[in-house]
Ligand binder design. Sequence first.
Ligand code: SF4
Length: 409
Amino acid sequence: MVDRVIEKVRAGERVNSAEALELYRSAPTPILGQLADAIRLRKHPDGVVTYIIDRNVNYTNVCVAKCNFCAFYREVGSSEGYVLGFDELFRKIDDTIAVGGVQLLLQGGHNPDLPLTWYEDLFRAVKQRYPEFKLHALSPPEVIHLSRLSQLPVPVIIDRLIAAGLDSVPGGGAEILVDRVRTLLHCYGKATSDEWLDVMRHAHRAGLRTTATMMYGTVETDVERIEHMMRLRDLQDETGGFTAFITWSFQPDHTELGASQHITEATGVDYLRTLALSRIVLDNFDNLQASWVTQGGKVGQLSLAYGANDMGSVMIEENVVRAAGASYCMDELEIVRNIEDAGFVAKRRNMHYELLGDPIYLERDVPRMLELAVAREAGDTHVPEELMNYPARSRAAKQLRVVPRNPVS
Ligand code: SF4
């Protein structure tokens, strides 16, 4: 049967779930790569591989969701919990613009002590200072968290965030869009599969473009991996709002799931097979990113022969994957070297995949970046002053936000 499916893909036809499963289980890895590469070439015949310069900022690590695959979050009241101040975020934007960056990828924990108005004020403040700078912010579970916190429907939250300056929505928090898996990963409560997809549907209807992701290699079966792709393909057929798909493997270090289930990290070959399969299944997605942050530069480069047409982000900062033990870093020079050595032309892009030009370091001096920045330096526990303006819900935050009415000097 696999030969028949291979021929079907070569003929440019769409595969169903059973055929995708047959390919994943039985097609030799080089054949999967050839099929995916041919689709990549059909969609991107110009030989260009893109990347974006942006900064992956996590505005808070305090989270009530407690997903068991996450090494990043801290509980409410933890001495290691943080919320970044507006001034810290402005400094990060300044540093990003200095190296040619065009947007923040802004995501964070489900912090019960940050009301919707905090996000609106932040977005407005960013747009006032940096009108051209883009906010690719708040994955679907964060939008749902805000909807529950403020008791407003998701479309209202999206409209208010757009009015404040939201430009696009990152596809985080999808993990695997199958509720059996989400229950086992303790992420069913933060967003069911339907809820995740529904936020994206509303965002697309409101005119926002978004990305889609898949974190595989936990407790899902290969059938469920394919179900995830099919659900994304269906929504893309309906709305056309996804710009790109990004997949990466679960990073088990320092996670509850990794420790309790003795899960080891998926191999590079499994990554390439999964990536190639997603290029074949997601025939209505134009762009696939290579996940070099979890796979490393070399597998990231190989991804360009397995269906990827984009090297993702130069990053600058990363906190989530690093907390789970992966710490790869590539600055623009290194990303461009990997693209060119694979035989492609490297171009900068924005979130909409519009080309912005050649590598920025060819235009001006940019400092080399040999290490990814972190949200905050170790030991920095300061509480931003503006937080006092927002009501807290947790007892721990209420105590911190008490401002003495008649301070004694
Ligand atoms: S993955 Fe996100 S939602 Fe889940 S615990 Fe970590 S920070 Fe919270």
